[in-house]
Ligand binder design. Structure first.
Ligand SMILES: *Cc1c(COP(=O)(O)O)cnc(C)c1O
Length: 432
């Protein structure tokens, strides 16, 4: 593994990029702002490894932020994509791949009888919320602090002060009137949710949640939290939406709802179901999904939705994930990395808190338990940045922010995990 040397080419590309794209990137966290320094431009990937523009090699734990559960450029996925592309990139007419992916999703998720393909996770959640509002005739949306559901206006909202106050925009450009339709409560806090229900009871269309939070770093649901959520929403006739854009086909083939045996009304998917291509989907029971156009009045459409090349990548990815032993292997690898990290941190006397569900995990630089956004925020982000740079220098590519997950793929080898453990030992020891 090449370690030393300059980042000359990445720097040159980034200088050019900044002239023509805001911040030089097409999605903010890629810019390395949270950890300092300049982003690497990636030239290619193969299995668990990536190579940057200067030819340096890394073991990759970003995996495109979750989609690449098979690793980079899996030969069977590349073959499926090439074959589909050669037949035509897009028709704007129905194709076989859509049926195959929809069938695979419905088979994996018993709560999904019908599904609509879209092009991103953002679109999936935005559309599911629209459907929930149409179905209930109510308008308010409840979400949990620190959960991310894409960048649609109504979901880019932070908590007002106090559990039952209305949301305030998290970004300029989001109308106050939109943000006020969204109420945020602390993750893992069923009592706060009950209070919101009591106060605003009749106006609530849906509760949307990441069943395992991944966008404040990994925060698992407390025992009983999801079941309580199901019971409470059911009793109040509020639609429960699981945003499984990360967790779907990640924590189990049937997602967090399989792992924790709790069924939502609507499920949002993305990331893995596109096998690296831009895909999202939302689905649920037939009765609710038949409200979507052209069956019903809820409008939602997409020029490239169900794109045949993207469907081919998704179908092939799910086919491979179906093989026996997949999730056992991911769990086993996850446990190995977890143990290595905890041990390395302990030896170096660096307090960390490691949260993990299967092959997704976050090492928080804090001594306390991390169970919601407030406790995640207690992490020492400067220390994380230090650790991130230490790992990068040693050929391990982690997410450039404390509040993200590390993802393990089926392509990660024993040698990768061992190299990661050694890098972590050195990186922790080198910390001030
Ligand atoms: C990534 C993500 C989204 C947004 O998906 P995009 O494809 O980036 O629009 C939504 N929800 C969750 C839980 C995510 O992790």
């Amino acid at each position: 593994m090449k370690k030393a040397g300059s980042n000359e080419k990445s720097r040159w590309l980034f200088a050019r990029a900044r002239e023509v794209m805001p911040g030089g990137v097409n999605s903010p966290v890629r810019a390395f702002k949270a950890v300092g320094g300049q982003p690497l431009f990636i030239e290619r990937g193969s299995g668990s490894h990536i190579w940057d523009a200067d030819g340096k090699e890394y073991v990759d734990y970003v995996c495109s932020w979750g989609p690449l559960i098979l690793g980079h450029a899996h030969p069977k996925v590349v073959a499926a994509v090439s074959e589909a592309a050669a037949k035509g990139m897009s028709f704007g007419a129905p194709t076989r791949g859509e049926v195959e992916l929809a069938e695979a999703i419905c088979k994996a998720f018993p709560s999904i009888e019908m599904v609509r393909m879209v092009n991103s996770g953002t679109e999936a959640v935005m559309s599911a919320v629209r459907l929930a509002r149409a179905f209930t005739g109510k308008e308010k949306v409840v979400k949990f602090e620190g959960c991310y559901h894409g960048h649609s206006d109504g979901l880019l909202v932070k908590a007002g002060s106090g559990a039952t106050t209305l949301g305030i925009p998290d970004s300029p450009g989001v109308p106050t009137a939109f943000a006020e339709q969204t109420i945020s409560v602390p993750f893992n806090d069923i009592d706060s949710l009950a209070t919101v229900f009591d106060t605003l009871g009749d106006g609530i269309a849906c509760v949307v949640v990441e069943p395992v939070a991944g966008n404040m770093g990994v925060v698992p649901p407390k025992a009983g939290f999801l079941a309580d959520l199901r019971e409470l929403t059911h009793r109040r006739r509020v639609v429960l939406i699981f945003d499984e854009v990360i967790t779907g086909f990640r924590v189990a083939y049937g997602g967090a709802q399989e792992l924790f045996s709790v069924e939502p009304d609507l499920t949002c998917l993305g990331k893995i179901i596109g096998g690296g291509m831009p895909v999202g989907a939302y689905g649920g029971r037939r009765g609710m999904m038949e409200m979507v156009a052209p069956c019903g009045p809820v409008y939602q459409a997409g020029t490239l939705s169900g794109n045949p090349v993207a469907m081919a990548a998704g179908v092939e990815t799910l086919r491979i994930l179906c093989e026996p032993g997949t999730y056992e292997r991911l769990e086993e690898m996850g446990r190995k990395v977890e143990e290595g990290m905890i041990e390395a941190a302990r030896e170096a006397g660096v307090p960390i808190r490691l949260n993990r569900v299967g092959s997704m995990m976050t090492a928080f630089f804090t001594a306390g338990e991390v169970s919601d956004y407030a406790t995640a925020k207690a992490s020492d982000t400067a220390r994380y940045a230090e650790f991130f740079r230490g790992m990068l220098e040693r050929g391990v590519y982690l997410a450039p922010s404390q509040f993200e997950a590390a993802f393990i793929s089926l392509a990660h080898s024993k040698e990768d995990l061992e190299a990661t453990r050694e890098a972590a030992e050195e990186a922790f020891k080198g910390m001030p």
